[in-house]
Design a protein around this ligand. Structure first.
Ligand SMILES: Nc1ncnc2c1ncn2[C@@H]1O[C@H](COP(=O)(O)OP(=O)(O)OP(=O)(O)O)[C@@H](O)[C@H]1O
Ligand SMILES: [Mg+2]
Length: 499
């Protein structure tokens, strides 16, 4: 097999941070090649260099033996490299078709875009991906999962030889993951080389031929997936033995109902929700499972006052409450970690410290001004607790790696000590070590009496954390199961087919 990409001695610094430190390895033509490592290991930085978004400080990139210099994404595209980025790069107020063809529009002359062609061609591409998305839909109306799949459509729409995917499954469910994998395997059979970044080792063993491990910006090794084991890769990734992630013992949660939702209906949202009823007991972890678009996130947003409630009642500790906006929700001690950290979770140009303290500003500010020392202590404590990788909590959130940004979103709500905590994809993009720490934290919160409503597309996470599971299908609750009744198969079956 010939080598299609050769990387030699690639280094990259951001100020005092060494993101990549002399990385050398090769990717073989026709392989699906995984790149793995903990949050902040340098994976996305390397992918951005390969796609021309960032310039390396030292080293060389060669394609099939010829040295290349990429000064812009267009340079990489010309060489047949397409990328699906960890943070979506698309334009929300444009249509799906416009986004797919962004920068590639066919004009009819005089700069007039041929929309008929654009929409028809996009429809074709979406059909090969078995996606039921209208080419004329505005991107802003899509769920994060759909946006992710539109990114894939965009990447394969043009003559691509090397496809780079940076955590493509972080925001999609098992079902869409299957669609994506089938597609990648087909494209790979017809010669496409793929670079695949993911924290889910299961996916790497299913999909990839080779795996490269990065740690603290260094190349630790490149191994044959068929000849290695998960634990070998994990120990290469973390360079130490992983803290044993024993579950916190769960006592039976108390018998009182903390949150009760009766016949909730939400009509003014991307996905309508009808007649949804469920309960969460004190200290209980309840998961809402289901496919993307089944209405899980819409329920969560309604409970936090972000979606208007058309009908139905919410009771907290037996008392009927009105939640019209997030302030109402916060007043009732509800906290919400949203799935879309860019849009709803973080102010990326503000500091880590400021983002963490923002939610409870009123609580830590005395006489109207924020006590700097309190804010700093709080941020340092959170950053330690969640092992946020940064030189200082004064750094801008935008300088953090994807997984570390997610930890900031969590930190910002956890310190408020809510009595009801709604988590929408809480460990998306978070590495194995940190994920087990976050699971531990969730168990401890539940143990201390917090009622937790969890939405996660990762079924192993649902099965590990949840005491009870409600499965949503087509904007309704399809059924309920206890921890002991639940299995991946049972959940997927109910999510896809119903009872
Ligand atoms: N624009 C930037 N400015 C400053 N530091 C940065 C910038 N981009 C990345 N870094 C730093 O470089 C290091 C590597 O980040 P990178 O995003 O490549 O990690 P990653 O392996 O993709 O992690 P994750 O799994 O969390 O996505 C991190 O310490 C990060 O904080
Ligand atoms: Mg990354």
């Amino acid at each position: 097999m010939s080598e299609i990409i050769q990387l030699y001695n690639i280094s990259k610094r951001f100020g005092g941070t060494v993101a990549l430190d002399g990385v050398s390895f090769a990717v073989e033509q026709g392989n699906i090649h995984a790149v793995v490592g903990e949050n902040g290991a340098g994976k996305s930085t390397l992918m951005r260099i390969l796609s021309g978004v960032l310039q390396k400080d030292t080293g060389t990139v060669s394609l099939s033996g010829l040295e290349k210099e990429f000064t812009s994404p267009l340079d990489a595209q010309r060489e047949g490299i397409s990328t699906v980025y960890q943070e979506p790069y698309l334009v929300p107020h444009m249509t799906v078709a416009e986004n797919v063809f962004l920068g590639h529009e066919k004009t009819k002359g005089f700069g007039i875009v041929d929309y008929k062609h654009l929409n028809a061609r996009t429809e074709e591409i979406l059909a090969t991906l078995s996606l039921k998305i209208a080419p004329t839909e505005l991107l802003a109306h899509l769920s994060p999962a759909e946006v992710q799949l539109v990114q894939v459509a965009r990447a394969i729409a043009f003559s691509t030889k090397i496809l780079i995917l940076d955590e493509p499954t972080a925001s999609i469910t098992e079902h869409e993951t299957r669609i994506l994998f089938r597609l990648l395997k087909d494209l790979n059979t017809s010669g496409l080389t793929v670079l695949y970044v993911s924290h889910r080792l299961r996916e790497i063993f299913e999909l990839c031929h080779k795996a490269t491990v990065l740690r603290d910006g260094k190349h630790i090794g490149t191994v044959d997936v068929a000849a290695t084991t998960e634990s070998e890769i994990i120990s290469m990734m973390v360079g130490r033995d992983l803290k044993s992630s024993a579950d916190v013992p769960r006592s039976r949660f108390q018998a009182d109902v903390r949150l009760e939702v009766r016949r909730l209906t939400v009509t003014q949202a991307a996905v309508h929700v009808s007649d949804v009823s469920f309960k969460v007991y004190r200290g209980e972890i309840v998961a809402l499972a289901g496919l993307v678009g089944s209405g899980r996130s819409e329920v969560a947003k309604a409970l936090f006052g972000l979606n208007g409630i058309a009908a139905g009642d919410i009771f907290i500790d037996g008392v009927k409450v009105e939640i019209r906006n997030p302030n109402d929700a916060i007043r009732h001690n509800i906290a919400f970690v949203p799935e879309d950290r860019k849009g709803e979770g973080l102010i990326s140009t503000a500091s880590i410290k400021h983002n963490i303290s923002l939610t409870g500003l009123r609580l830590i500010s005395k006489l109207g001004f924020v006590r700097g020392s309190t804010e700093l202590a709080l941020a340092n404590r959170s950053s330690q607790q969640l092992s946020i990788k940064t030189s200082s909590v004064d750094a801008e959130v935008s300088t953090l790696s994807g997984g570390n940004q997610q930890k900031v979103v969590l930190a910002k709500w956890l310190w408020l000590k809510p009595s009801i905590l709604i988590l929408d994809e809480p460990t998306r993009g978070i590495d194995i070590g940190a994920k087990s720490e976050i699971h531990h934290l969730i168990f401890k919160l539940a143990q201390s009496g917090v009622s937790i409503l969890l939405i996660s597309s990762e079924l192993p996470e649902v099965l590990r954390l949840a005491d009870r599971i409600y499965v949503m299908r087509d904007s309704r609750i399809a059924g309920e199961m206890s921890r002991s009744q639940a299995s991946q198969e049972a959940i997927m079956h109910m999510a896809a087919i119903g009872n």
